[in-house]
Design a protein around this ligand. Structure first.
Ligand code: 5GP
Ligand code: MG
Ligand code: MG
Length: 181
């Protein structure tokens, strides 16, 4: 039913699962013996978080945070609002942030600074998607599953007006979907 709104599938579920397994192997090596705190950024990171943690074979803990970016280019990179904070104290912890997509880089730049300020031992980022052309703030993920072109994508956690997060692939919406809103 949702498929009728999709113009093009960019990344299939099979591709995401295969890449998650590959990244998971690397993360298993990199976090061996460390008990990392894996932090999913709500809500977009939830499907990818579920995939990636099941591919990491070390002790780990999970927590979630919800932030909203004002998304205004005239506002500095610090303008991110915490909607739900962590339950866990990050002091001394090895943090792995799980994101759905890095676009301008504002959200992650804010979070990395926040966790460093809270005295995390290390902070790394794994993201399902990276849109390098959208970058406004200089920040790179340590682990990237897929690069995407500079267009608006939905699915696998990513929404348009809170819909389409449950699509089992990443795709581009038909233009008429925006125009009808
Ligand atoms: P940044 O702070 O890097 O600009 O923003 C990242 C957030 O913007 C993502 O977590 C996501 O919520 C939203 N975003 C950026 N690009 C896209 C996109 O192509 N599609 C969707 N659905 N959300 C996006
Ligand atoms: Mg996000
Ligand atoms: Mg959104």
């Amino acid at each position: 039913m949702l498929e009728k709104d999709i113009q093009e599938v960019l990344i299939t579920k099979e591709e995401i699962l295969a890449k998650s397994a590959e990244l998971g192997k690397q993360l298993t090596e990199d976090y061996a013996g460390k008990n990392p705190l894996v932090i999913g950024i709500l809500k977009g990171a939830v499907p990818f978080m579920a995939d990636i943690v099941r591919e990491i074979d070390t002790y780990l803990e999970m927590d979630f945070m919800d932030v909203s970016s004002y998304g205004n280019a005239t506002i500095s990179s610090g303008e991110v609002k915490i909607l739900k904070d962590l339950d866990t104290n990050v002091k001394g912890r090895d943090i792995l942030i799980v994101e759905d997509i890095i676009d301008s880089g504002r959200t992650l730049s804010y979070l990395v600074d926040l966790f460093k300020y809270r005295q995390a031992n290390s902070v790394k980022i794994v993201t399902l998607l990276d849109k390098p052309e959208g970058r406004v703030v200089e920040i790179e993920a340590d682990y990237v599953a897929f690069n995407v072109p500079n267009e608006f994508v939905v699915g696998y956690g990513l929404d348009y007006a809170e819909a389409y997060r449950n699509l089992p692939y990443v795709g581009v919406l038909k233009p008429e979907v925006y125009q009808s809103n």
